[in-house]
Design a protein around this ligand. Structure first.
Ligand code: HSE
Length: 344
């Protein structure tokens, strides 16, 4: 068993989800040769601390749930400059879980770049760095001989990238279409039941599905980021976020949504990419699904992706697209992938 030395950057919804999952999965991970030692946690809202001997996930959760600052953790010391202290703390893997910024990549991009450059493996749930700078970051990881994993950026912990990177290799994947945003899907399904758009959006925020700023969810930016991530990581399309044509759900008619759902042909915000005559065609737009479309099974914060392949025809994966523990699991799965890739 190898005890991986982890630094958690971000201890909001996702950080707490991963702490919960690391605790719950401890025995299961150990049977696969994986253990963890959290040597630091950095978060501007709840405090930044380090402890080279390891921090207990359960104690971290108790503190934040009790409304305390992490700096009250007995025996820990303040963590002043996380990126500058990676070597001193012996960090091997960085979990980057700060809020997504799809305009510049934000601090997440700085963290991912800095951690890779320092020779740490990185697993991130932050869509900004992966949607905006994947080629650069993947090249940096390759130069440093470390892994860069991003399962949680698409369909939270549902293993869609794992499926594409493993089982679908060689199957000739040509295209995909998917329900990729939990917030929009939750809102559409609530509206099918007669809820107003505004009420449904508040519900999505309370359940932790929406981004810190939900504008990007309802305007389709979040889904467009996921289309570009899937297009680049799975299809090798080499597109940028601006290449994804985009329409959100804000101007859909509530009456129409209810009537079409009742008729068995519900509206979903669908993201897709396929090869066209000239390059790639990638888009996000509300679509009315056929009654037998497998994506109709994606209800609420459940998302889904259909891959079109030469060898297998259509392969569909459906599962949680957002949520605290579901996204936390993505990092656990990424850690196992890092373990397998580097300690065979
Ligand atoms: N805000 C995102 C969603 C979270 O609603 O799908 C998961 O990426």
């Amino acid at each position: 068993v190898h005890a991986w030395r982890l630094l958690l950057i971000g201890f909001g919804t996702v950080g707490r989800g991963v702490a919960t999952r690391l605790q719950a999965a401890r025995e299961d991970l150990a049977t696969h040769g994986v253990a963890v030692q959290i040597v630091g946690v950095a978060d501007p809202a709840v405090g930044s601390i380090a402890c080279p001997d390891g921090l207990e996930p359960g104690r971290l959760l108790e503190l934040v749930h009790g409304g305390h600052d992490l700096t009250e953790y007995a025996g820990a010391r303040p963590l002043e400059e996380p990126l500058a202290q990676l070597t001193e703390l012996g960090v091997e893997v960085v979990f980057e879980m700060t809020p997504t910024d799809l305009r510049t990549g934000g601090v997440g991009l700085t963290h991912v770049r800095g951690a890779l450059d320092a020779g740490c493996h990185v697993a991130t749930t932050n869509k900004g760095p992966i949607a905006l700078a994947y080629p650069e970051l993947a090249a940096l990881a390759a130069r440093r001989g470390v892994q860069l994993k991003a399962e949680g950026t698409v369909l939270s912990g549902t293993p869609v990238l794992n499926l594409a990177e493993n089982g679908l290799v060689g199957a000739g994947t040509r295209a995909f279409r998917g329900v990729l945003n939990g917030t929009c899907n939750f809102i559409l399904c609530q509206m099918e039941e007669g809820c107003s758009y505004a009420e449904a959006l508040i519900g999505a925020q309370e359940l932790g599905y929406a981004e810190a700023d939900p504008t990007g969810d309802v305007e389709g930016w979040d889904a467009a980021a996921k289309v570009s991530i899937l297009a680049n990581l799975v299809l090798g399309a080499g597109i940028v976020l601006e290449d994804v044509e985009r329409r959100g759900i804000a101007d859909l008619d509530a009456e129409q949504i209810r009537a079409d759902a009742a008729a068995g042909t519900p509206w979903r915000l669908v993201g897709q990419a396929r090869r066209a005559k000239t390059g790639w065609r990638a888009e996000v737009a509300p679509r009315r699904l056929a009654a037998d479309d497998p994506l109709a099974r994606a209800r609420g914060a459940t998302n889904g992706v259909v891959f079109e392949t030469d060898a297998l025809g259509e392969i569909t994966i459906v599962g949680p697209g957002a949520g605290r523990d579901a996204t936390g699991h993505a990092l656990v799965a990424d850690l196992v992938a890092i373990h397998r890739a580097t300690r065979p």
